[in-house]
Write a protein that binds this ligand. Structure first.
Ligand code: G4P
Length: 201
């Protein structure tokens, strides 16, 4: 998605070899116009596949899941990271190891909102190690639902998330795939794959 790649180039800050700060438009302050375009792009890519629900994990996936769900005209559900006092019903739960916080936490979804008839599209802001997304896959599998695919807004392709998901049989579609990044340059995969003379067109 060219508009997204341009935005990442203009406003993304590469904090280290593996961390990209995009909190001026993706995951702190949010550009709602771009978020809706992202949702539309996911809906167009996955249309015709009988998706019944979009699933994400709080917090930064929520606005993109909502945008995709609105375009697909289905509900979206977000997995919770902490059990709320109102969440007294039974839940599907899975452990997720956070490499950034170096701890394991539980994500959960009420059994009322997923069932064996559901065909699920997972949407999230980042595909990095894939830990959270594999946790969502486990929840979908526990519910007996079908995982149609994963839509990631930004994929850091130099990390292992895509490989792990594909090895687990999951189809992945990312709107911006970062092959490599440094404070001087961010290289996206479609550009890296293009012949040198057409890469900048
Ligand atoms: P994932 O690939 O399944 O997302 O899992 P991972 O454990 O690698 O990522 C942990 C958290 O760090 C996730 O958010 C993820 O979105 C975020 N993250 C990973 N790489 C980057 C990065 O380069 N830049 C930024 N800004 N975030 C990154 P989270 O902890 O679940 O938090 P949130 O969704 O509540 O914001």
């Amino acid at each position: 998605m060219k508009a997204l790649q341009e935005r990442i180039r203009q406003q993304g800050e590469v904090l280290s070899a593996s961390v990209l700060k995009v909190d001026s438009f993706i995951n702190h302050q949010v550009d709602p116009v771009l978020a809706m375009e992202i949702g539309q792009a996911f809906a167009e890519h996955f249309q015709g596949q009988g998706i019944t629900k979009v699933l994400t994990v709080e917090a930064s996936g929520i606005h993109f899941a909502m945008a995709a769900a609105l375009a697909l005209k289905v509900p979206f559900v977000y997995a919770k990271k902490k059990k709320a006092v109102t969440q007294n019903e039974e839940v599907y739960a899975a452990p997720v190891y956070s490499f950034t916080r170096q701890e394991t936490y539980q994500i959960s979804v009420s059994k009322r909102y997923l069932d064996g008839n559901d065909r699920i599209l997972i949407v999230d802001d980042f595909l990095a190690t894939g830990a959270a997304l594999l946790g969502l896959k486990e929840i979908i599998s526990n519910a007996g639902a079908h995982l149609v695919g994963v839509g990631a807004v930004i994929e850091k392709s130099f990390q292992e998330g895509r490989r792990k998901l594909e090895e687990a049989g999951v189809y992945v579609h990312s709107l911006a795939r970062i092959q490599s990044m440094s404070p001087e340059e961010i290289v996206f995969i479609d550009e890296a794959a293009a012949p040198k003379e057409t890469a900048s067109v």
